[in-house]
Ligand binder design. Structure first.
Ligand code: GTP
Ligand code: MG
Ligand code: ZN
Length: 369
């Protein structure tokens, strides 16, 4: 990547579309869902530090322009939350100055592997995995991104630690990046909350009303019943809850979706899974290949009698299906002593970015149709 630790451009820098002070700029807050008019946020800036949370940020008038620009890259504003219905929360200053933000929600039953998948995805992005698609990624919120790397991606990928179940009841996003293509720059925010919260649509699922892209995660082991393991709440129930919230009516839902058959390592010797897991990453966006994989994945779920899990495909106007493995193998005890090797974790995200208009090439129009 252009490492996610060196964001650019900074607010007000040449090439940044829209100045940070543009008072009429409006953006939907992904946490309270209010539309924030940038003129209403006030002058106060905040900085975020692990452990300390958000603290007022004071820039003495003598601060050099270079230093000021550096500080602004990591600054936050407090969301005015006019409707007054959400505890105090903050947004990265950079959130307001690019294309309309993309908000990605991970949906799946508890233990389906959402958190491992997101940690592995962010790791692949950090390693430059989006470059072959002509995309660049940098941190939107530098401290937050570092915090996610330190708490999730590095323990998983560098130490082979198994990550803990997601704490229930948390109202916050996990990480946020700025993803750029020749067509522009988009803030992309990732929400990963606990499967039980999702299934019961608890208070912290309100962000779902503002999602612009969905990753439906399912545990291939549970689907096929191979190991005789059973999950808690069935995956299809979680999907149904979320889809009926987003789309109570008839017709198709205009939120692009990627269905990820996670833990595909468990089926790595079974066709068609083995064919997909063995394939090297594509050289670039390849809609035909995405379609072929979606067909195979659809057939895989159909054969396993898991047609209820195809609900996102039936409901969302644009939807792709993927085989992936966040870890590359099964944990032993509290970790992965042989190391972790994510497989095909970026493909679902790339499909979503194509369906969201980030990939400007005409071929992107065909993805998920
Ligand atoms: N074999 C295999 N196991 C995985 C994979 N991804 C995750 N797991 C295991 O699945 C379990 C659950 O993973 P999580 O990522 O915590 O699941 P989650 O969906 O975030 O669960 P909640 O936070 O409770 O909603 C963990 O024990 C992981 O080690 C994978 O790709 N392959
Ligand atoms: Mg989790
Ligand atoms: Zn807000």
């Amino acid at each position: 990547m252009s490492p996610a630790t060196e964001p650019s451009p900074v607010p007000g820098a040449p090439g940044a579309p829209g100045a940070p002070g543009d008072p009429d700029r409006r953006v939907r807050c992904p946490l309270c869902l209010d539309t924030v008019r940038w003129g209403d946020v006030g002058d106060e800036l905040y900085s975020f530090a692990d452990g300390a949370g958000y603290r007022p940020l004071v820039l003495p008038p003598t601060t050099s322009p270079e230093k000021r620009a550096g500080v602004l890259r990591t600054a936050h504003i407090r969301c005015p939350n006019q409707s007054g219905d959400t505890p105090r929360h903050y947004l990265p200053l950079l959130y307001s100055i690019y294309q309309q933000p993309i908000v990605v929600g991970f949906v799946g039953a508890s233990l389906s592997g959402k958190t491992h998948l997101l940690a592995a995805m962010i790791g692949e992005i950090e390693n430059g995995g989006l470059a072959r698609y002509g995309l660049q990624a940098v941190a939107l919120d530098l401290n937050r991104h570092r915090s996610f790397l330190n708490s999730h991606t590095r323990p998983l990928l560098e130490r082979g630690d198994k990550l803990q179940g997601t704490r229930e009841g948390v109202v916050d996003f996990a990480d946020a990046l700025l993803i750029s293509s020749p067509a522009g720059t988009w803030p992309v925010t990732f929400f990963d909350i606990g499967g039980e919260d999702l299934g019961q649509l608890r208070d912290n699922t309100r962000f779902l009303n503002g999602v612009t892209a969905l990753v439906f995660v399912l545990d291939s082991d549970i689907v096929t019943g191979r190991s005789g393991r059973t999950g808690g709440r069935p995956a299809d129930e979680t999907y149904r809850s979320v889809l009926s919230l987003l789309h109570p009516g008839a017709g198709l839902l205009d939120v692009p979706a990627a269905v990820v058959i996670n833990k595909s390592d468990i089926h790595r010797f079974d066709p068609p899974v083995e064919n997909w897991l063995r394939r090297p990453a594509p050289a670039g966006l390849d809609p035909e290949r995405i379609l072929a994989e979606s067909r195979d994945a659809y057939a895989f779920l159909h054969r396993a009698g898991a047609t209820a899990l195809l609900e996102p495909y039936r409901t969302c106007r644009r939807c792709t299906l993927h085989f992936a493995s966040a870890t590359g193998g099964e944990a032993r005890g509290s970790g992965y002593p042989g190391g972790v090797r994510p497989m095909r974790v970026l493909e679902p995200l790339v499909a979503l970015l194509a369906m969201s208009g980030v990939l400007a090439e005409p071929a992107a129009q065909e993805v998920g149709r």
